[in-house]
Design a protein around this ligand. Structure first.
Ligand SMILES: [Zn+2]
Length: 160
């Protein structure tokens, strides 16, 4: 309640003839309505503004979080691609060390070997053989072991 307005109204009503003047009663009603209106209409706007500011802040924080996650995923992807490049190269060199195709003869659709590139199918690459196979053969010397290792399961087996 606005007390200064109420005091003003009381003073006005006294001057204009008190509560018996119908014009003064109407003026009093109008003033009373105007007194209430600004409080009702002005308050929701700042409240909404605060709400939107809060939402905007939350969205900006979420946006930053997502950007950070995206950056991390990009870094992880780069690292995985580096690993993949490395293992593709190791596979190429290692398969050449035993005269195998890079698909190890497991891929019937392989353009190089049509699924015929098991170890020994091609000429052995000597440097790769010295690096990968010779040390393993040295360790293997001695009483012959007749164990045959099970090859790892091939991703091409479903295609046969
Ligand atoms: Zn092949």
């Amino acid at each position: 309640m606005n007390t200064s307005n109420d005091n003003l109204m009381a003073a006005l009503m006294e001057q204009m003839g008190g509560n018996n003047n119908p014009k003064m009663e109407m003026l009093a009603k109008i003033l009373a309505q105007q007194n209430n209106q600004p409080q009702n209409t002005a308050q929701p706007q700042p409240a909404n503004g605060d709400k939107y500011k809060g939402q905007a802040r939350k969205l900006m924080a979420l946006n930053k979080e997502l950007k950070d996650k995206l950056l991390l995923l990009k870094k992880q992807k780069e690292q995985l691609l580096q690993y993949l490049d490395y293992f593709i190269e190791v596979n190429a060199v290692f398969s050449s060390a035993v005269g195998a195709c890079e698909c190890w003869g497991d891929d019937p659709q392989c353009e190089k070997c049509r699924g015929q590139g098991k170890p020994g199918a091609f000429a052995i690459q000597q440097e790769a053989f010295q690096y990968y196979i010779r040390p393993a053969l040295k360790q293997q010397q001695g009483p012959e072991k007749e164990q045959l290792a099970q090859p790892p399961s091939s991703p091409f087996k479903g295609a046969r």
